[in-house]
Design a protein around this ligand. Sequence first.
Ligand code: SF4
Length: 263
Amino acid sequence: MPGNPNEIKLVNNAMSNATRRKIMNFLSAGDKSTGEIGGEVGKTMLDFHLKLLQQASLIEIEEGTVKLSEYGKNFLEDKEDKSVNKITDISQAKPIEITEVRQLLPCIADSSKFRVIANMAPSLGETLKVLEPLFPRGRYSDKISALIMQKGEIITTVYGTGKVTMTMIKNEDEAKEALENLRSTINEAIAKGVAPAPREKVRVEPMELYLPQTNCGKCGEQSCYTFAIKLMSSEASLDKCTSLKEPKYATNQEHLQVLTAYI
Ligand code: SF4
């Protein structure tokens, strides 16, 4: 059963693709032949998709028959439980206001930019988790009880307590605009009273996993990780990573082409 970080990355990668998720759901009804799966999800790159699911220990293939592994079954059950438990009613939440912009300090990484610390009230607590789909590059962290969002270079973190931090802000006007956008996006959802539909996520991790991870900077980014983030937000194209053209990375490139096709 996957447990170490690399194995978890393989699972994340396998499940980051709509066709592969469809295959998993199709298999939850019982074992299928590869022909039946091809009929359900299409035959394009079917071998590739099955191989990734197999590598992630989610399925087993035997003499043309494909079935969910024990881990695959548990994975789907766990996912179902989590979605059932999701809070969907946000009708009790109150509209928020930005009550205070406390500090504008130079960024550590780039002193020409600022980091901002602000406050919003009332605090949203766990409701923040439900609001995650409102923000295309948003991710809720249970560990710090905060919603972390990325837009261009700006990374905004909204904590359940009401504290808001922003990094890589150009000036006060940009800070005000970003905070106002945040306020109005959240308040529009609260006014509707229902949680936004959970969105399918393509994770950054698989992208990063298949990049050469040399951090050579030829793509114009400081690291493969930041390039992966740009790929995710469609701000960079794969061909900017010239290292990927080396023959030894041919398979990585193929995987990345599939992943980027689903952004
Ligand atoms: S060019 Fe490719 S290998 Fe080099 S830092 Fe950028 S993504 Fe990484």
